[in-house]
Design a protein around this ligand. Sequence first.
Ligand code: HEM
Length: 333
Amino acid sequence: MAMAMSCFYIVVTNILVILSPLCLAHGGYLYPQFYDRSCPKAQQIVKSVVAKAVAREARMAASLLRLHFHDCFVMGCDASLLLDSSGTIISEKLSNSNRNSARGFEVIDEIKSALEEECPNTVSCADILALTARDSTVLAGGPSWEVPLGRRDSRSASLSGSNNNIPAPNNTFQTILTKFKLQGLDIVDLVALSGAHTIGNARCTSFRQRLYNQSGNGQPDCTLDQFYAALLRTRCPRSGGDQNLFFLDYVSPTKFDSSYYNNLLAHKGLLNSDQVLANLQNQPSPQIVKTYAYNSEIFFQQFAKSMVKMGNISPLTGFRGEIRKNCRKVNSQ
Ligand code: HEM
């Protein structure tokens, strides 16, 4: 009897082990071991291509991290951002925040080709973006975290979603917070995730307004350190030079650290949306900024937590969506 019971137990356990990925993924639940059986080398492959790309150009870590954000805020983390225009699809790459700005798509292509060679039709482009964001953060010196996996890829894109949902640098704080709340993220997530601006660049067109005519009155932004503003004006003239780049964190532009928050305390945040976090009254954000500025460990822990939370925005799981063969197009049109 005992023997029969233990056999029964083993059979049931095995069935559960085999079925659990299907059931859990279908239930909308992502988990880090998703590819452990189907593509054991997946994470290693992603990491090695990202490492090569960042070694070629340090800024690439920033560009790849940003792609995951711009994907997740539009219909969830479903790689809709990666689709090129074709047939019925108008690419999100054409939106106000992505046009002439979002970059790193060739690196995602390289990762996808390597994964298709290793285990065809298995690893989604949406999961590639999530892994790439984590690997880029680590390579730049930031925190690591386990990435829940099992997302599938959308068969459509939303240009209007991209235009409306992704915060713009001149949005008011309330608008930005509302855009985060619509995605299930709160003010702590907002302040921590904005810390991604510890790496990477912005174009003159994203911050010019602060240098010459904040609030449309022709006066420069009084919340910006005036020596820093003078330096920025050399890179960003009153007209022209729209694509000129400047570091989001001028102190350590390729290092993921807490100097972004120290810059805000010194009135040297590059974007209006950055500086406002430290200057608001009657909001908890200035206190959070101080905490992260003084203690990078607390920032790192919260950043990792908030990235996982962002990565969980409305994933397609189970039988929804597809695993694209090429991240730039749906499998059949
Ligand atoms: C809070 C609202 C946010 C606003 C208004 C905002 C806005 C911007 C803008 C305007 C740029 C420069 C784009 C350009 O001029 O080409 C930028 C760059 C960047 N953003 Fe954000 N962002 C926000 C949140 C985030 C979040 C949540 C992340 C990631 C978790 C992120 C990651 C980055 C990175 C890494 C760059 C540099 C990219 C590169 O150098 O290629 N941003 N952001």
